[in-house]
Write a protein that binds this ligand. Structure first.
Ligand code: ZN
Length: 281
């Protein structure tokens, strides 16, 4: 779709299945089960909706999915369903890996940066997007390079180190403009330096939320935050501000993991907030 003069395209890396408790956090299954039926291993589907932004002559890719270096064990655990993967999805819209100018990672959990790198013919991990500069918050980089017991299961050095080795890493110090129409905005909570991407053109605004609100219910309901959030109370305050802004300025919300919708507008009905879906294909 066109948002003013900016072209936005969802490019999917597939769908994976995550423990329902991990996704819904403190919300008990009896409350979330009516939304989606979990599989027999208590898992719910999670989209891998990456975003291609074409602005001011630049091709910008936000997040890179799970990539193709998963071990058999992780692939089984995640029940990854995929037809063509992210690079295939880009090719489908006539964009080659070499055409990407900038990759922005919202954060460095493995389902957001797994496709940053791929294995070359010598089985070495190298950047998937050979011309791209990869834009990552400095504090997120530090947290990912020195993980703790709680985070080490999702921060993997092979998604990161090759970017630095190939001189393609750009560390950001907080909110940063990308083009005149696109900017990175820190939205802390899920991680300490999680960032979202704001697009603004000709009076219209959109935000790619990342894991601030992976599904629409996560922005409709403040207490619904994933179990993996490192600062859940900060997530709530970040979401409170985003809710207000989305309502006042009619901001198009783009969801990275919602398996049912890719985008929508927040609407108020009495004391309830609901997302009205928009098809962003
Ligand atoms: Zn995620």
């Amino acid at each position: 779709m066109l948002l003013g003069q900016v072209k936005l395209t969802i490019v999917s890396d597939g769908v994976f299945w995550l423990d329902g408790g991990a996704h819904f956090g403190i919300v008990p299954r009896v409350l979330w089960e009516p939304l989606i039926v979990p599989d027999d291993r208590h898992r719910v589907p999670m989209g891998l909706n990456c975003l291609l932004i074409e602005s001011a002559g630049k091709r910008i890719l936000v997040d890179t999915g799970l990539g193709d270096r998963l071990s058999a064990k992780r692939r089984e655990m995640l029940n990854l369903e995929r037809d063509r993967g992210l690079v295939g999805a880009l090719e489908q819209v006539a964009v080659a890996a070499e055409d990407i100018d900038i990759v922005i990672n919202t954060h460095l959990h493995a389902d957001h940066c797994g496709g940053n790198t791929h294995l070359n013919e010598h089985r070495q991990a190298v950047p998937t997007f050979p011309r791209a500069e990869y834009w990552i918050q400095r504090l997120e980089w530090a947290d990912a390079r020195y993980p703790n017991e709680r985070t080490k299961g999702t921060y993997f050095s092979e998604n990161l180190v090759p970017l630095e080795e190939h001189g393609q890493l750009r560390l950001l110090y907080g909110d940063t403009p990308v083009t005149e129409e696109v900017r990175c905005m820190v939205t802390r909570g899920h991680t300490r330096a999680h960032q979202s991407v704001v697009i603004r053109s000709q009076g219209q605004t959109a935000i790619y939320l990342g894991d601030v609100a992976p599904w629409k219910e996560n922005i409709e309901r403040l207490a619904w935050t994933p179990a993996g959030d490192v600062e859940p109370l900060d997530t709530i305050e970040t979401k409170r501000a985003l809710q207000q802004w989305a309502l006042e300025e009619e901001v198009l919300l783009i969801f990275e993991h919602d398996p049912r919708i890719t985008a929508g507008y927040l609407r108020q009905h009495g004391d309830k907030l609901e997302v009205e879906p928009v098809n962003l294909e």
